[in-house]
Design a protein around this ligand. Structure first.
Ligand SMILES: NC(=O)c1ccc[n+]([C@@H]2O[C@H](COP(=O)([O-])OP(=O)(O)OC[C@H]3O[C@@H](n4cnc5c(N)ncnc54)[C@H](OP(=O)(O)O)[C@@H]3O)[C@@H](O)[C@H]2O)c1
Length: 232
């Protein structure tokens, strides 16, 4: 498969890229800073996903090099922990630019290449968070941007099904990455206490569900966001 994963320099995106390279797939990744991976089968684009022209340029290069895509994983995201009254509008807009508008733009450009997948059916996977169903205080803008992505997932699953493209989401509980490094330990512990499975989510817990949701094994699943760890 040819898989585009956004935000592959660190964290979840890097772990996913390494996993799919280990499986023998071709992986295209991107981030603002240069690649942290240098492996056969891996191509990196140094771009800011909030720059729509740069996003279009990346998809143009993918089309030139591969002609199609089999899967798009919209992983890159950012958060901000703050009471909404202490969150300036510029901060809120910046979060939406990456977490929502960049996903929308990647889906629009990606769909043109995903519909050419020789696999017959291709997939988009959008990364979300337990901050949405739990409506976590201090995460209003972050969770609102991801709630918008979950709605995008539902609507787009209908709009793209005629093109043979499935659209699903994966809702993550806390995972140890740069994004969560600044959270107070007590806060992470209290979130884990709310999960049905009371331990920290690891990269190994994530790769299986991602593999399932972008492969033909979930060929009749679309419009769903699957939450890990048991969040109800
Ligand atoms: N970690 C958690 O506990 C957790 C929980 C729930 C959901 N999530 C979600 O999981 C996803 C991955 O999070 P993570 O924890 O792995 O985060 P991370 O370690 O901070 O990684 C984010 C990646 O995105 C890239 N990136 C950030 N802004 C970008 C931009 N404007 N343009 C291009 N690339 C950009 C970063 O590279 P550069 O800095 O080089 O651009 C980095 O590679 C996010 O959508 C997040 O909301 C994470």
């Amino acid at each position: 498969m040819i898989i585009l994963i956004t935000g592959t320099r660190t964290g979840v995106g890097k772990a996913l890229a390494e996993h799919f390279l280990d499986q023998g797939h071709q992986v295209v990744g991107c981030s603002r800073k240069p690649a942290a991976l240098d492996r056969p089968g891996y191509r990196h684009h140094d771009i800011d996903l909030t720059d729509q022209r740069a996003v279009k340029g990346m998809f143009r290069e993918i089309r030139r090099e591969f002609g199609h895509l089999d899967a798009l994983v919209n992983n890159a995201g950012t958060s901000n922990m703050n009471h909404f009254m202490m969150t300036p509008e510029k901060v809120a807009r910046d979060i939406f630019d990456l977490n929502f508008f960049a996903v929308l733009n990647c889906c629009r450009e990606g769909a043109k290449l995903l519909q050419k997948s020789p696999e017959g059916s291709s997939a988009i996977l959008n990364v979300s968070t337990v901050a949405v169903p739990w409506a976590l205080d201090g995460q209003l803008v972050y969770s609102a941007s991801k709630a918008a992505v979950e709605q995008l997932t539902r609507v787009m699953s209908k709009e793209l099904s005629g093109f043979g493209i499935r659209v699903n989401g994966l809702g993550l509980p806390p995972v140890r990455t740069v994004l969560t490094r600044t959270l107070p330990e007590g806060m992470v512990d209290s979130l884990i206490e709310r999960q049905a499975i009371k331990r920290m989510c690891t990269m190994a817990d994530i790769v299986g569900p991602v593999e399932f949701l972008i492969s033909q094994r979930s060929g009749f699943v679309t419009g769903e966001t699957l939450f890990l760890g048991g969040v109800n």
